[in-house]
Structures are given as structure tokens and as C-alpha cells.
Ligand binder design. Structure first.
Ligand SMILES: NC(=O)c1ccc[n+]([C@@H]2O[C@H](COP(=O)([O-])OP(=O)(O)OC[C@H]3O[C@@H](n4cnc5c(N)ncnc54)[C@H](O)[C@@H]3O)[C@@H](O)[C@H]2O)c1
Length: 167
């Protein structure tokens, strides 16, 4: 996919994988809105990316993907700052069987909400000009994962949801 000139919203944007995705997008000419719970790391990474790629192409939104109002604010700020959304990356996730309800809400419920909100903007059926949704799953969603059955359940849900939309 050609990402040059495109606008991406990335949840879990300052975690290990999120940072790698953000860098790759910026290096290839996209603008990126980073959305993450970790405000300190977010501000720091935003500054670092601006120093490397120039001001105006990175925006950070601090918030919790499980809070509807926070997620909606991320979409609002994306449109205010960049006028459109081309790429939605639902990447925020945790692997903690002890926090299983939080994990279901972060890995699965918020990912569905993020996809639905993105579709409202990007879907050609809704008057948008199209786009791409990328959902971070895991090998644990494709095979038995004895260390984390609930984690595996959330990621299986992500695989089924994404394949079904894709088809
Ligand atoms: N690291 C791996 O080996 C691996 C393997 C397969 C899949 N994954 C998946 O990749 C994704 C990213 O994982 P990672 O390895 O970068 O993890 P990470 O812990 O390094 O980063 C996750 C980021 O998500 C943020 N986050 C957590 N809860 C949040 C919330 N409620 N609202 C907003 N942000 C929140 C954290 O602050 C963090 O910055 C996850 O969905 C994970 O399940 C990771």
C-alpha cells in the first residue's frame, strides 16, 4: 500500500510495536496520530519523531481506548488536525490473564469501536473516500496458546472480525 501523504491513527502508538509502525509510516511519508494511555512516553516520542521527520506530521492524543469519549476525541483531533483519516491501526493491547476483563475491553471491545468509528469516516457507503483498517492480532489467535487462554480468545476474535470485514 502507498502511504505517502496518507493520515494514520495508531492506538497503542508508543508501545514497542506501535513505535515501529509509527516510524515506518513517517519514513514513508504519512502523517501519524499516536493515541496512547502513556502521556509521558507519548510526548517524548512525539518530540523525537518531530525532530527526525519535521514538525506538523505527528500528533499525540493521550487517552484510554476503553473510554468511548477518549477514542472519539482521537478521531475528532485527527480530523481537526489533518482533515481526513486514511489508515486506522487498532494496535493497543495487553496480555494479562489476571486483568482479563480489562484485556477483553482493550484487545477486543475497543478494537471493534475503533473500527466502527473509522468506517463512519472512511466507508465509501457512508460518503467517505475509502481507507484501510489494520488490526493487530497475534499468533495466539490462530493456534492453541496455553499460557493465555483469554488472551488467545481476544486475538481469535480479532482474527475472525478482521477476516470477515476483509471478505
Ligand atoms: N510483543 C509481542 O510479542 C506481540 C506478539 C503478538 C501480538 N502483539 C500485539 O501487538 C500489540 C502491541 O503490543 P506491544 O508488544 O507493542 O505492547 P506494548 O506493551 O509495548 O505496547 C502497548 C501499548 O498500548 C498502550 N495501551 C495499553 N492499554 C491501553 C489503553 N487502555 N488505552 C490506550 N493505550 C493503551 C500501552 O500504554 C502501550 O504503549 C498488542 O495488541 C499485542 O497484543 C504483541
Amino acid at each position: 500500500m502507498e502511504v505517502n501523504g496518507k493520515v494514520a491513527l495508531l492506538t497503542g502508538g508508543v508501545g514497542g510495536i506501535g513505535k515501529c509502525i509509527a516510524r515506518a509510516l513517517l519514513e514513508n511519508g504519512a502523517s501519524v496520530v499516536l493515541f496512547d494511555l502513556n502521556n509521558e512516553k507519548g510526548q517524548e516520542f512525539k518530540q523525537q519523531m518531530e525532530a527526525e521527520h519535521g514538525k506538523g506530521r505527528v500528533h499525540f492524543v493521550s487517552g484510554d481506548v476503553t473510554k468511548k469519549e477518549d477514542l472519539e476525541r482521537a478521531f475528532k483531533e485527527t480530523l481537526e488536525k489533518f482533515s481526513y483519516l486514511d489508515i486506522m491501526l487498532n494496535n493497543a493491547g495487553i496480555g494479562d490473564e489476571k486483568r482479563w476483563e480489562d484485556m477483553i475491553n482493550i484487545n477486543w471491545v475497543a478494537l471493534v469501536r475503533g473500527s466502527n468509528e473509522a468506517l463512519k469516516i472512511m466507508s465509501k457507503k457512508a460518503g467517505g473516500k475509502g481507507g484501510v483498517i489494520v488490526n493487530t492480532a497475534s499468533i495466539a489467535g490462530l493456534m492453541a496458546y496455553t499460557f493465555g487462554p483469554i488472551y488467545a480468545g481476544t486475538k481469535s476474535a480479532v482474527v475472525g472480525f478482521t477476516r470477515s470485514h476483509g471478505a
